[in-house]
Design a binder for this molecule. Structure first.
Ligand code: K7E
Ligand code: CUA
Length: 766
């Protein structure tokens, strides 16, 4: 112990003095040549590397939110570095974040139950950032679950999932999430037609009883939650509605959906019928659906829309009567519709065609005004003829899927699935400008803020479905491949391949990094899932264990490096509810909480209060500990849940310490502490001699260090009081706790000092 103390003090001195080794610039050029030669890199490679490489501490210009496919999560990464920052748990329990393990997040997941059943995964497809005036505002992200038609709200204040809503009508969705220009609504279209009821309906009644649809979920920006009571759904024919996009600018108030299988074919291989894929692609065209949500909203507000399944449903009959829904032929089996940034055109690419079709919003509106319809579909919905609505069609390659826009007017990029390429073209002139082969079959593609009213261009990411031979093999299940492409010049340049080790990332959206201003800590005692003070919050010194309504409530706290309480005693069969508040104010001082065999794993970020509730059904000893390496004494951040057999009398006798301390031990520890304080004083002297107030991260480190020094002072008092009574056992133990706090202070101080040195702080005169 004594040796360790001395060593630690010596190490602190070395760290304080510091050492710098400068590279020799003369050798840099030849070193670079050698690396290029050894690794077989060309100059083009070096240029690509220079465009993406981000040195330590560097930040990215854009942040991408990507779907995580079948993982039920979403993923954030930076551009141009392509460094993955975080997977955020949405529909799937995830232990690192404690999601689906603490009571608060379990309540969020429970909102997503279907027919009373827990659904512990999601098939996420299309993330959408919240918008203000048609541009990302950095406040929220929404994501759909295709398999179990649900929408989740993630707050970008803390990147946590706050709400899950279940569609009251559909049995799948695909056309979500797409937001209207001020996030008035989040669009969610169904995919596989199904009855709106939850009972059995035979396939022979497909045409009469199966339905598609499109829900406009009302979003309340002030509270950051969807309002199911103010949301409404358009009943649609049993076509497979696919993706959506909201009108903007001149087309504000309208929504667009592509569809496939307007043949309404019902398969049945086992009965000798040709498969769905044959029957769903026999017609030459499918239908672009056009809906007027602004007028629908007025009808809802005027009380003219009836509720079904507890939610507003605009029947096809009502849509036809009120002029809310129209159909337009579109290329065969398309996959998506994209409204141009100026809102004047809608682009649909048919994946079984080689053309992208450009529709004119003005022509569509004129046809509606003139009631110029070529016919009606079997459900009576008016069909606007292609000749009337189409501006032009452009041959862009085999299997075009999705579109995304450039900052240059008229220019866009289309992913070409079969040809595995990106086509750059101009929808206003109809000219193809460039093509770039990619590896391999590309699905969606994404430019920077590329689906807003003011796209940034700059970079494009191809979200490839397959990676095949691009990466070191890791078994038959391969990662997917996001390829970064520089689109700042006239020709596209491939820069980088990023393996995506998560489910299939269907779509992604990139936002300017500086639009995101997430918090570094919560207000102390915060329930992050309800965004309110937790009723279970606890302050330092107020920790307690109380029995209320047959539940043992443990009100505890976490701070470097101990859990209070360190012993929890309950009886077999009791329900235990442990509530933990992280008292840290420091950035990144998260504590975890894991317990043997109870399926308990919590993540408690600074300020947060989380709870875990379980039945202590078996007498025994259950160690618990902190799962984040939060400080040098992290391993000692531990405790025991003791589940006593019924009727057992707790033994409150003294606990024999493993080591006995003498007065000499105590005095030696005090000497160490005094020496350590000298080191701390020197670091403090250095920091306060600098313009540290100009560096907010240092200001918060100093705040944290001051906290820790305060705790050291408290322990010092306790050590001295015990010593005064001749109780050297406790005097020594408290002296050691005093030193633990000093070490934490010094650690923080050194972090502050290093930061100042790296950021060229200046000496200021006092
Ligand atoms: Cu995979 Cu938009 Cu669901 Cu296309 S989606 S490729
Ligand atoms: Cu807290 Cu480790």
């Amino acid at each position: 112990m004594k040796f360790f103390s001395k060593l630690a003090v010596a190490l602190l001195f070395v760290a304080l003095v510091g050492m710098t080794i400068s590279p020799s610039p003369a050798n840099a050029q030849s070193a670079l040549q050698k690396v290029m030669k050894d690794r077989g890199l060309t100059e083009k490679d070096m240029l690509a590397a220079a465009k993406t490489y981000t040195p330590t501490g560097g930040r990215d210009e854009y942040i991408v939110c990507s779907s995580g496919g079948q993982s039920g999560q979403i993923m954030f990464y930076g551009i141009p570095s392509m460094r993955i920052l975080k997977y955020v748990a949405v529909f799937t329990p995830e232990p690192w974040q404690g999601y689906g393990f603490d009571d608060e997040s379990k309540a969020v997941l429970a909102q997503g139950r279907i027919n009373g059943k827990d659904i512990t995964y999601g098939d996420t497809h299309h993330p959408a950032f919240s918008e203000t005036d048609g541009n990302y505002d950095g406040k929220f992200i929404f994501i759909n679950d295709k398999a179990n038609p649900r929408i989740a709200v993630v707050d970008l204040h803390d990147f946590e999932t706050k709400q899950i809503v279940v569609n009251p009508f559909f049995k799948s969705d695909h056309g979500g999430c797409f937001v209207t220009p001020n996030t008035e609504y989040i669009m969610e279209a169904s995919q596989y037609a199904a009855p709106y009821t939850s009972d059995f309906v035979p396939l022979s009644e497909f045409n009469e009883k199966y339905r598609g649809g499109l829900t406009y979920w009302k979003f309340n920006k002030d509270i950051g939650r969807i309002e199911p009571d103010n949301s409404f759904t358009f009943e649609m024919p049993p076509y497979s509605q696919d993706l959506s996009d909201a009108g903007k600018g001149p087309s504000y108030g309208w929504g667009f959906n592509n569809s496939f299988c307007t043949e309404r074919y019902v398969g049945g291989i086992e009965k000798g019928r040709p498969p769905y894929e044959a029957g769903c692609s026999s017609k030459d065209t499918d239908f672009l659906h056009v809906t007027n949500w602004l007028k629908a909203e007025e009808l809802v507000k005027a009380g003219k829309v009836k509720k079904v399944n507890g939610a507003y449903l605009i029947t096809m009959e009502q849509s036809i009567k009120e002029g809310l829904m129209y159909l337009i032929p579109e290329p065969k089996s398309p996959h998506g519709v994209d409204v141009t940034p100026d809102g004047l055109h809608m682009i649909v690419a048919g994946k079984l065609d080689s053309h992208a079709w450009v529709y004119s919003f003005e022509k569509i509106m004129k046809a509606i005004k003139d009631k110029n319809f070529e016919s009606h579909d079997p459900y009576g919905i008016p069909i606007i003829s292609l000749d009337v609505a189409l501006e032009r069609s452009v041959n862009v390659g085999l299997g075009p899927l999705h579109n995304q826009f450039d900052s240059v007017d008229g220019v866009l990029y289309t992913s070409i699935y079969v040809d595995s390429q990106i086509t750059k073209w101009n929808y206003k002139t109809g000219k193809v400008l460039d093509t770039l082969p990619i590896h391999y079959n590309v699905g969606h593609l994404m430019t920077m803020e590329g689906d807003t009213q003011t796209p940034d261009g700059k970079y494009l990411v191809a979200l490839n479905k397959l990676s095949i031979d691009r990466f070191n093999p890791v078994g038959p299940l391969h990662p997917q491949n996001h390829q970064l492409i520089d689109i700042s010049g006239s020709q596209m340049e491939l820069l980088y391949d990023m393996p995506v080790p998560l489910g299939e990332p269907h779509y992604a959206a990139a936002i300017k990094a500086d639009k995101l201003q997430p918090a570094v800590r919560y207000k102390v005692g915060w329930d992050s899932r309800t965004d309110q003070k937790s009723p279970y919050r606890c302050r330092a010194g107020r920790e307690k264990i109380v029995r209320e309504d047959g539940v043992v409530h443990v009100y505890g706290t976490l701070i470097r490096s101990h859990i209070t309480p360190e012993t929890i005693e309950v009886y077999e069969g009791e329900t235990v509810s442990i509530h933990l508040t992280n008292l840290e104010r420091a950035q990144d001082e998260t504590h975890g909480f894991a317990m043997y065999s109870q399926n308990v794993q919590l993540s408690v970020e600074p300020g947060k209060t989380v709870s875990t509730t379980f039945v202590a059904d078996k007498a025994g000893v259950y160690p618990y500990y902190c799962t984040e390496f939060c400080s040098a004494l992290h391993l000692e951040m531990q405790g025991y849940l003791l589940v006593m057999p019924k009727g057992y009398k707790p033994d409150d006798g003294p606990i024999e310490d493993g080591v006995k301390y003498t007065k000499a031990d105590y005095e030696a520890q005090v000497a160490t502490n005094v020496a350590t304080q000298d080191v701390i004083n020197q670091v403090v002297g250095f920091i306060t001699s600098q313009n540290y107030q100009d560096f907010p991260p240092v200001v918060s480190l100093v705040e944290d260090a001051t906290d820790q020094l305060g705790f050291a002072e408290e322990s010092k008092g306790k050590a001295e009081a015990a010593a005064a009574k001749g109780d050297y056992q406790n005097a020594m133990l408290w002296a050691n706790q005093w030193w633990q706090y000093q070490v934490k202070t010094a650690d923080i101080g050194l972090r502050a000092k290093t930061y100042l040195e790296e950021h060229d702080s200046k000496t200021v005169k006092k």
